[in-house]
Design a protein around this ligand. Structure first.
Ligand code: TYD
Length: 135
C-alpha cells in the first residue's frame, strides 16, 4: 500500500541557453502514460484545493508559475511539500490524501494525470479514507 514515502519530487530535464529554459517531459520522466492534462489558475491566495484521495489515479503536479504547498497524508503520516520550481514536479501515487494551499499570486498548477476524469475514483471523505487505509 502506498505511503507518503512514495510521493516524491521529480526533476524535469531542461535545456538552458541564453534564450531561456525549455523543460521537457518525455515518457521516462514520469511512471505513467498521460491520459489527461488540466491546470489551475486565477487561484485566490486563501483557496484550499484538493481535499481528497484517488483510488487508482496517479498525478504529476508542476508549478508552472508561482508557488503553492501540497500536504499529503497516508492515514498515518503527513508531509508538506512546497512547489516553486517549474522544473520540479510532484508525483502523487494512488491512495494518498492531498491538500493544496498557500497559493502565491499568479500561481499556475499543471496536472498530468494517468486517467480520464472519473468521480467514482475519488475519496472525498477523510474518515472514509482513514478507514480504507487501516484495513
Ligand atoms: P476537484 O478534482 O475536486 O478539484 P481540486 O482537487 O483541484 O480541488 O474538481 C473540481 C471540480 O471540477 C469538480 O466539480 C469536478 C470537476 N472536474 C472535471 O470536470 N474534470 C476534471 O478533470 C477535474 C480534475 C475536475
Amino acid at each position: 500500500m502506498n505511503t507518503i514515502d512514495n510521493v516524491n519530487l521529480i526533476e524535469i530535464p531542461k535545456v538552458h541557453d541564453e534564450r531561456g529554459i525549455l523543460a521537457v517531459i518525455e515518457k521516462e520522466v514520469i511512471p505513467f502514460d498521460i491520459k489527461r492534462v488540466y491546470y489551475l489558475y486565477d487561484i485566490p491566495s486563501d483557496a484550499y484545493r484538493g481535499g481528497h484521495a484517488h483510488k487508482g489515479l496517479r498525478q504529476f503536479l508542476i508549478p508552472l508559475s508561482g508557488s503553492f504547498d501540497v500536504i499529503v497524508k497516508d492515514g498515518n503520516d503527513e508531509k508538506k511539500i512546497m512547489l516553486n520550481k517549474p522544473n520540479k514536479g510532484l508525483l502523487i501515487v494512488s491512495g494518498i490524501w492531498r491538500e493544496l494551499e498557500n497559493f502565491s499570486s499568479g500561481a499556475v498548477c499543471l496536472v498530468l494525470a494517468s486517467d480520464v476524469y472519473d468521480e467514482t475514483d475519488y475519496i472525498r471523505d477523510y474518515e472514509e479514507f482513514r478507514l480504507l487505509k487501516s484495513r
